[in-house]
Every structure is written in structure tokens, then in C-alpha cells.
Design a protein around this ligand. Sequence first.
Ligand SMILES: Cc1ncc(COP(=O)(O)OP(=O)(O)O)c(N)n1
Ligand code: 3NM
Ligand code: MG
Length: 522
Amino acid sequence: MNSLGGIRSWPAIWRSTTATMTTAESVRKVPQVLTVAGSDSGAGAGIQADLKVCAARGVYCASVITAVTAQNTKGVQSVHLLPPEFVSEQLKSVLSDFEFDVVKTGMLPSPEIVEVLLQNLSDFPIRALVVDPVMVSTSGHVLAGSSILSIFRERLLPIADIITPNVKEASALLGGVGIETVEEMRSAAKLLHEMGPRFVLVKGGDLPDSSESVDVFFDGKEFHELRSPRITTRNTHGTGCTLASCIAAELAKGSSMLSAVKVAKCFVDNALDYSKDIVIGSGKQGPFDHFFSLKKDPQSSRCSGFNPDDLFLYAVTDSRMNKKWNRSVVDAVKAAIEGGATIVQLREKEAETREFLQEAKSCVDVCRSHGVCLLINDRVDIALACDADGVHVGQSDMPVDLVRSLLGPDKIIGVSCKTPEQAHQAWRDGADYIGSGGVFPTNTKANNRTIGLDGLKEVCEASKLPVVAIGGIGISNAESVMRIDASNLKGVAVVSALFDQECVLTAAKKLHTTLEESKREI
Ligand SMILES: Cc1ncc(COP(=O)(O)OP(=O)(O)O)c(N)n1
Ligand SMILES: Cc1nc(C(=O)O)sc1CCOP(=O)(O)O
Ligand SMILES: [Mg+2]
């Protein structure tokens, strides 16, 4: 719905139960999704799955129910459509009250219900729309017949930011074309894109005889094939709803579309893998556990792909400081992570290439073993050579679009932005996040222009990407940074506050606590 195909604007504020609470102290920003879908009495799919995914991903989810199904692990026994007028009542109720970041649609069982959805979306403009064109349940029951095809094609798809059909749904939307190979999935994605959605994800889970689950993502220019090993399990009920809701949740948190899709695919794979042996119900197709991450070792299910929340406490190294305090970069990185750093950047301006590469390789090992991403400052060559998770570049370093073409779609790219224009460009070029500063004066980077808290806020408001603040930030002023009213400001990046200190571990712990406290107070 955005001309650039992403989330329109920020932020959404979740007003707590007392509607009169309006001061900065009494509101807490929470990303919000609205799901418009059918109820599954077995709770593996539909509204129930959507609510679970969003809760698991830390996103608030409201629900508008379009139909109630009598359904279990054996199949769908019966479907009761809600009157379109009542679907409309629900939509008006929540859309007039909440500020949703993303609306996600699932089962839309009649043209009349699609009509009331479209009417309400035009009365209450939303920021992004994820359309999962649910037509047939995993057990084979028709949930939306061919009567909805024309309104989907002509009116819903053109306003969608992303559509997520499986091959059967893609085929139905395209008038019954056969889709049996990845090549045919690509052609289908291209044809569906011509119907108007900004992005298309054709899910290949149903393709026959494949050891891999292959999904095809198309952004209008490029295709990405997202592959993962197929997990053999009976517990696949609700995978489509889960994937689409997870995309919506990640978008609501500020991810770019490709990142959101990758995280969602990884989330589904991890959930299926964790739940492959559980037995719920006696039928052929069981539900899986959306809350696996609460129960298993988080590092064993770490998703590839960028999680904007990782920007919370961003540790940026400095060779001079570590030399001054007589410690190696690897020891400094280890201590920062043990103290709570959530992402690390090696910014070793004085290191020789060979020495830098050696250090970078050791730091990659340390970071991987802790499930923390490691980025390299400026040096794309070093990042490639040590297989780092990504690169951070500035306005006079290698351009982001070129970095992206060298690193590929899977690596994280951050870019420094001091102005709204630079933030727009970062998004167009395919960056994953922006670093914005100097928020305060700093001695770490020579001749750095200070933009202040107001400049940071301006950049956050203009940015469709998550933002990390940088420059002169430490324990004494971190709270003032986190308090600017911008939901895409995800954290602070610091150099001297961690590395120009006697004990990196203690400094990191204290700063982490300060950030946690200021998050709670916002
Ligand atoms: C998270 C983060 N934000 C900004 C910068 C600055 O990058 P750049 O402008 O390229 O300056 P140098 O760090 O290369 O001096 C950063 N490194 N990290
Ligand atoms: C590396 C860097 N980039 C900045 C920017 O404004 O883009 S400020 C900065 C230095 C940050 O160091 P400290 O936390 O010690 O102030
Ligand atoms: Mg640089």
C-alpha cells in the first residue's frame, strides 16, 4: 500500500487500559497486528494460530472473526460464516480504536465479507497489508470457493503489500495453471505480481517429491528461492497461517519484507522441528507448538535473518581502546556479550588486513557460540572472508546496493544516516537497519556532526527501517535516547561506554540494565 511496498509510517502506540493515560510516563509502545480470519476450534490454524504466533514474536494481535469452523485434527466438519454486517462491526470496533502496524488476512469466505473488509480498510487507512489467500484447509476442505476469486484478483491483491499463496492457491488465482516445479512457481509469482501486490511469496511446501521446502519470493525485480530441509512430521496443521502472521509480526516490529519472510520461514521450520514428535488429537494432521522458544535452548533455534530487536545493545569495538586497556578484541567482545550486548560490530580502523581477518575469524566463532550476530565495519572483503553476519557502512563507504549485491540477500547491512533523505535511500538500497547519530558529541569519531535527539527523532520518523542511535551514548544519557517517541528506535550503539572502561563486562551489564529500565518506563 506504500508506493515502495513497505510499512507506511511509525509508530503505533498501544494505549493501556485507561484511555485517559497520555503522558510519556504512562504509554508503552507495542507493535500491533490485526488478523482478519476464521476460527479453528482445534486451535492449530486460523485466528488461534495467528494470536499464538504474534504472542510468541512479542507483538500484540487483535482478531476479527470471519467464520467459525468445527475442526479438529481429522478435518473440518462444518463452517459457519458470520454475517458480513457483523464482520464489519468487529472491523469498525478495532480499526477505530487501535493503531495497527499491519493487517493480516486469512480465511475470507465470501465476496460480501471481502467487500466489508475493503470498505473498512478505505475508511480506516492502515500501514501494511499481508494477504494469505486461504482457500482450502490442509485437510482438503474448501474454505473459500471460486466466488471470491474475482474480488481477490481485482480489489484485494492490488492493495496488498505481500500475498502468500501455496501452489494450489496460486494456481486458482491464475485460473488453474499447473504449478509443479520451482520454475513454474517463479512464473506464477511473476504473474501474481502483475495483479498488484508489492511482493509475492509462493509457498512450495506442497510440491511433490522434494527433500527441501522451497518458497519463491518475488519483489517485482528479483527472485529469491528460500530453501530449507523438509521436516517429516504429521504436525503441519496451521503452517500457512503461522507463516503469514509471523511475516506480519516481523513487519510490525520494523523488518524489511525480505527479512520478515526469512524470519517467518525459519520460525515455522523451528516450530515444526521442535514439535515433530508431539501427539495432539487422533487425526492425521496435528498442530504444532508456537511457543517452542520458551522451552528449548534459544541458541539451537537461532534464526538466520535479521531481528531488529538485536539492535538493543549494539557493541562497536575500537582497537585503540582495547590496546589502551591491554586486552584482545576477542576478550573484549566476549565480555561485552556476557554483559548483555545483543549485536557486535568490529570497527578496527588501525588494524592491518591480515591481523584484522584473524581477529574477525575468532570473533565470528565467539559470537556464533553465543547466538549473537557479528558485523564488520566498512570492510566488505573481511566480512566475506570470515563469513561475518554482515557489514556496517557509512555515507562515504561502499554504496549499500553494491554491498548487497556482493554479500547476497542473507547478510545484514547497516548504514549510517544523519538525514531523512539518507534514511529513504538506505531503504531503497536494501539496507536492514540504519545507525543514526551522533546523537551527542563524541571523542571516538573525529569531526563527527552531532544531530541531537531532535535530529535522531526526525530520522526515525522518516525511516522505514529499524534504527539504532549512536554517538556519545552511555549510562547517563541512554534513557533520554530511548525516551524519544519512535517505535522503530530499537537500541543504542556504543563504543567508549563499553570499551573505554576498566571492566567491559560490568559496563555492559550496567548499560543493559539501564536500557531495560528505560524500556519498561516508556
Ligand atoms: C551502528 C553504527 N552506526 C554508525 C556507524 C558509523 O559508520 P560510518 O559513518 O561509516 O563511520 P565509521 O564507523 O566507519 O567511522 C557505525 N560504525 N555503526
Ligand atoms: C562510530 C561512530 N559513528 C557515529 C555516527 O554519528 O555515525 S558516532 C561514532 C562513535 C561512537 O562512539 P562512542 O559511543 O564512544 O561515542
Ligand atoms: Mg565507515
